[in-house]
Ligand binder design. Sequence first.
Ligand code: NAP
Length: 483
Amino acid sequence: MNVTDLVRRIPKGLFIGGSWESREQAFPVYNPATGEVIAEVADASATDGLAALDAAVAVREQWAATEPRVRGELLRAAYTRIHERADDFAWTMTLEMGKPLAEAHGEVNYGAEFFRWFSEEAVRIDGRYAVAPSGRARILTMKQPVGPVYAITPWNFPLAMGTRKIGPALAAGCTVVVKPASATPLTTLLLMDVLAEVGLPAGVVNCVTTSRSGAVSAPLLADPRLRKLTFTGSTEVGRGLLAQAADRVLRTSMELGGNAPFLVLPSADLDRAVAGAVAAKMRNIGEACTAANRFLVHASVAAEFSTRLADALAAMTVGDGTRDGVQVGPLIDEDAVARVEGLIADAVGKGARVLTGGARVDGPGSFLQPTVLGGVSADARVMTEEIFGPVAPVTTFETLDEAVALANGSEFGLIAYVYGQDLDEALSVVERLETGMVGLNSGVVSNPAAPFGGVKSSGLGREGSYEGIEEYLETKYVGVGLA
Ligand code: NAP
């Protein structure tokens, strides 16, 4: 890949009403593997954000009235075009976010798949006709697009977190303003390029890149023409946005932080459990909301599981994700390395043993060694906070009740992983877990055909699957009176 040429080809402006608009003010995008600036992109103001909403509002009715088949075909064309430009997308993600190229290609597939899935859902929006119990009325329901949507996405899955929102919104007949994270705007800009290439009408999707996300978002959230906020990011920022949305009783979908417990039951197949642990922990350098955060292992297998997990992580190749064979890229920035180092130090201070790793890797770039900690106390911050890095803290339990209590003892409830071959035992644990998702003998659950989302402080709503499009539809009930 000719990186200079790729970066030159990515638009750097704001995408408003189908046009690319440059701005005097710009902000830099860094490559976390080198610390170098990759590109400068337009820095939207609050006025720009409202201009993007103007554009989305202007074509709102026209898009809602566009034949579902046409909406679906446009999404399908974008799905195909993303695959045709898979190298562009994968390299862009690796350059701005750091994930190894093989994983970036995995995200191209995963991200594109939301456009394919929702291209198929666009033509399946339906309603009901029912006879009222009295027999003297008819109940008619129809699903209608909720209206203009504001989508805010995080940096960790720069493509998939956008397509998971834009796909169902467009399928439902909603227009969109999307604001990507300032750390990784280039992938979203490339996605806008693809949507323009396939002929999406001007204004249906608009994109504002900004270094002032709060200042740009607040007027949008206060504007009565906006009808929906869909956010993926941290619980802390999500809480603030929910408070703003509450003023207008704005409809929201919230995909927030996680603190996934990974339970290894006494009956677990350890080969599968270790492989699943590596996948659930190390996917995306540990920077995933679904990342296994706490390993709760039955005392009878804890020593063997910990040793095998430490061996597996120690054998992983850390480095610049564009290099062949690299499995673990850099963390998003230096602050992230310092924060995770702090979590390790806190755990060690409270009695944990470092089984492998434990230190940063010399720069340039923001790298941290894959780390396994044993004997971690329940009050260590690494157990209670979202780590967002390649660190696996292990603690033990004696009884299933204790395991469930530990697993549920968190404000978060996005996902849990359970490994066990005894089905009765494993299912009884699964049923008691307070999470929106469970990986049962599986370290990866993300799938466009599955409802993704959390409970408790991990969020509201579901993305993907049949549920995903419902987030962008309102049900209108028509009571038909009969003489
Ligand atoms: P973040 O700091 O909350 O940022 C998420 C998005 O919100 C970014 O676009 C950010 O823009 C924007 N933002 C920040 N402050 C804002 C404000 N006051 N008003 C409006 N927008 C604002 O999260 P992150 O660090 O990018 O992502 C990591 C977090 O996302 C983790 O907690 C992870 O668990 C969560 N996540 C959840 C899911 C899920 O499906 N549940 C999936 C992926 C990630 P700027 O960065 O430019 O300020």
